[in-house]
Design a binder for this molecule. Structure first.
Ligand code: MOS
Length: 764
């Protein structure tokens, strides 16, 4: 055994290539998604959305719609109940995507704003009725052109936090031997998960149960309680499966509130599933950015100045600040830095986090600019990055909890064959096709938030573990099952993990790539605490072979508790429970904060195992890193870019499951390729309406667009973050992809495209 394994006590399944425990349920259609719960007497809701971007509703005539067969109710601002403000000072009870309540006034702030809900016996009846609702507007001139909005519109001041600086950029620029200054733009993008947002709301007297597709059951409960003026205990939110979120199901959007008031109105459960079109205004997007990068280096290639100014947007009803420049503060060692964000208000729905919010758009600009500067300095882009490696967090000066970025560069470069690259743009060809090789750095913070979990060891030897976390299709069910199985020394089939229900112990939003790092330690501790209870029963029991042994001498493996240095002295979990007529033992760990300590059997029985000290953010900077290498092939007449190869290496701490981790990384890279080459939500230039609101026009990569992808994990555990040594991997693999592809396009063609997506017209 290596010392790493000694420290974690988890060697059997964790880290292995294990298929999803819920895979069969999904492929057989048994997995029940939010819209599918078969409730008695369910009625169907359909949203009415505004078709202007700014103005007032002059009149709504529902008389024709109300006469249609099957129509049960139509709620608009004329007759909807009053809702309470969702604004909250912190994230403890959820967070609203926008500070805006639907059906409370006649104001329209963006196209696609919810202005009514129809409830009918069937979905088709509701949809038809919605289309027959006649609305007249008083239209005002909308603001949606970003450049104009920055000059003329109201600004959102996101505060000092987003304007960090250090040193003296101006002086450094004057003394530099090489500089660049370029502007990079990214378009509006939408998350487009396979499963659109969906809610079923059901009332039982004054208690509300909501089945919702959400990345945050606790947050959804908190916001529903707040909006409806109910105590949180009266609201239960269930979300067993989520068909993708990517950020658009993290914060609270108002459709569950509408489902709840509609259900109360018709006195039946109401199912509200958004259409693909409605998703383009109802639950956030990645905002447009215009990013100006100014970089300077000395004659050894060391960066001496970085200025990163981001112009971006939020809505009139929400305060989103896309933090593009924040990654720039930490990615390279550079003494002089200025970061600014200017945010204009526009008449579009409110932006929200989307796969690496800030990191993804920000690294496209920064990592493109670094490539440009490396070329100008005549230094290989990989070497340039190594020269400027930040050995400590360059802004806070804290040590990294664990950082292995140089190893990522080297391993990915070797696997890619970077040493065979001719750096001259346009120099590599295959037949008449241009070939380009580019690379970029990936990075994302290592977050850990407080989480609780419960473990029950049953008299039949099975184990049930639970936490109010989520599986967004990412593998949470599987990794938590593995961790519980390993902690208690059981086969996976003996363990059941439950999630997605506010009745379960508290867990954070499944956002910020935090789930694995936050919930895994709680699951492990809960299992340890349950085993400890069993051990305490046994050592106090004169009929047990463990009678009078010390807790410290006992370990749990293969479904047994036994004396560590004398394994035959011991008994099974079942034997203990059955002898005492106990149906189960259970334990719950509920950390009050990230510094909470759990009792850890592993810590007490295996020398050298650390106790869980929580993520010490005072002492360390927690950040994941990686490197992407991309190969593109461009037909010189068609100008169409095809990504033919991607190699990425990632420093994300310990890998809990090779298979689900690899899949996560593939998904992230595919998202990055979409961003580089295809994704863009277009607005009508006259009205500001979203005109690309379906998957025919909003292009995402399909099978034929996806190259061979190789994912390498450096696998250095980060024990400062948690005792499993795992950091999250949800978002990091998207960051940097667009820059790696853009840099490869430059290498192939000699043309810098500083405006995403890189469509053929931009290469003419
Ligand atoms: Mo993620 S964009 O933080 O759900």
């Amino acid at each position: 055994m290596t010392s790493t394994q000694d420290r974690t006590n988890i060697q059997q399944k964790t880290g292995k290539d294990i298929s999803r425990v819920d895979g069969k349920l999904k492929v057989t259609g048994e997995a029940c998604y939010s819209a599918e719960f078969p409730l008695e007497g369910i009625a169907h809701g359909y949203l009415i959305q505004s078709t202007i971007a700014r103005g007032r509703i002059k009149a709504i005539d529902t008389s024709k719609a109300e006469q249609l067969p099957g129509v049960l109710a139509i709620l608009t601002h004329k007759n909807a109940p009053k809702l309470n403000s969702l604004e909250s000072g912190d994230f403890s009870s959820g967070h609203a995507g926008e500070n805006f309540l639907p059906l409370q006034s006649d104001r329209v702030y963006f196209d696609g704003q919810h202005i009514g809900i129809v409830v009918a016996q069937t979905y088709e009846q509701a949809r038809l009725a919605a289309s027959l609702t006649e609305i007249t507007y008083e239209t005002e001139e909308p603001v949606f052109d970003l450049d104009k909005a920055l000059e003329q519109s109201e600004k959102y001041d996101a505060g000092e936090r987003l304007q960090p600086s250090r040193g003296d950029v101006e002086t450094a620029l004057k003394q530099a031997s090489v500089t660049i200054e370029e502007t990079y733009t990214t378009p509006l993008e939408h998350h487009n998960p396979m499963e659109t947002s969906a809610t079923i709301a059901e009332w039982n007297d004054d208690e509300l149960t909501v089945y919702d597709s959400t990345q945050w059951v606790m947050g959804t409960r908190g916001m529903l309680a707040k909006g409806l003026g109910l105590p949180e205990e009266k609201v239960r939110v269930i979300s067993h499966f989520v068909g993708g979120g990517f950020g658009c199901k993290g914060f609270f959007w108002t459709h569950p509130l509408l489902a709840a008031i509609a259900a109360r109105k018709v006195n039946r459960p109401v199912r509200l599933m958004l259409t693909r079109q409605q998703m383009f205004s109802a639950c956030g997007h990645r905002p447009r950015t215009i990013q100006k990068l100014t970089l300077a280096a000395d004659d050894t290639g060391k960066l001496t100045a970085i200025r990163h100014i981001t112009n971006t947007e939020t809505s009139f009803v929400g305060d989103h600040a896309e933090p593009c420049g924040m990654t720039t503060t930490l990615l390279y060692a550079c003494p002089n830095l200025e970061v600014k964000h200017n945010i204009a208000r526009v008449n579009i729905g409110t932006p929200t986090p989307m796969r690496g919010p800030g990191e993804t758009s920000g690294t496209y600009a920064l990592e493109s600019a670094i490539d440009e500067l490396a070329y100008k300095a005549g230094i290989d882009p990989v070497e340039f990055r190594i020269i400027n490696h930040a050995d400590r967090h360059p802004h806070s000066d804290k040590p990294w909890s664990s950082k292995n970025l140089i190893e990522c560069y080297r391993r990915a470069a070797d696997a890619f064959g970077w040493q065979n690259r001719d750096p001259r743009p346009g120099s590599m060809r295959d037949g008449s096709d241009l070939i380009g090789w580019g690379m970029a750095t990936a990075t994302y913070p290592g977050y850990r938030f407080p989480a609780a979990a419960k473990a029950q060891i049953l008299a039949n030897g099975r184990v049930v573990v639970s936490s109010a976390t989520h599986d967004l299709g990412t593998g949470t069910y599987t990794i938590m099952t593995q961790i519980a199985a390993d902690t208690l020394g059981l086969p996976i089939e003996q363990v059941k993990f439950e999630l997605g229900d506010t009745k379960l112990p508290q867990a954070p939003v499944s956002g910020g790539s935090c789930t694995a790092a936050s919930v895994s330690p709680a699951v492990r501790s809960a299992c340890e605490a349950a085993a400890l209870k069993l051990i305490e029963i046994a050592i106090a029991d004169s009929e047990s072979p463990l009678y009078n042994h010390a807790v410290e001498d006992i370990i749990t493996e293969q479904g047994r508790i036994f004396v560590a240095n004398s394994p035959s002295v011991g008994e099974t979990y079942q034997e203990v429970l059955q002898r005492h007529n106990l149906p189960f033992v259970e334990a719950q760990v509920s950390p009050q904060d990230k510094g909470a300590r759990y009792k850890s059997i592993a810590a007490r029985t295996k020398p050298g195992i650390a106790e869980d000290e929580g993520a010490d953010s005072e002492q360390f900077a927690f950040q994941s890193f990686g490197a992407h290498f991309a190969e593109v092939r461009i037909n010189p007449r068609r100008h169409q870019v095809k990504v033919t190869r991607m190699v990425g290496a990632f420093d994300v701490g310990r890998i809990l499951n090779q298979k689900t981790a690899r899949s996560q990384v593939y998904g992230g890279i595919i998202f990055g390729i979409g961003m580089a080459l295809m994704e863009e939500t277009l607005l009508d230039p006259h009205s500001g309406r979203v005109i690309i609101h379906n998957l025919a026009d909003y292009h995402v990569p399909i099978q034929a667009d996806i190259p061979q992808i190789e994912a390498i994990f450096v696998e250095k555990p980060d024990y400062h973050l948690n005792p499993l040594g795992a950091r999250g991997i949800g978002e990091i693999s998207t960051t940097g992809v667009a820059a790696a592809v853009a840099n490869a396009v430059y290498h192939a063609t000699g043309k810098r495209v500083r405006d995403l997506p890189i469509t053929p017209d931009k290469l003419l």
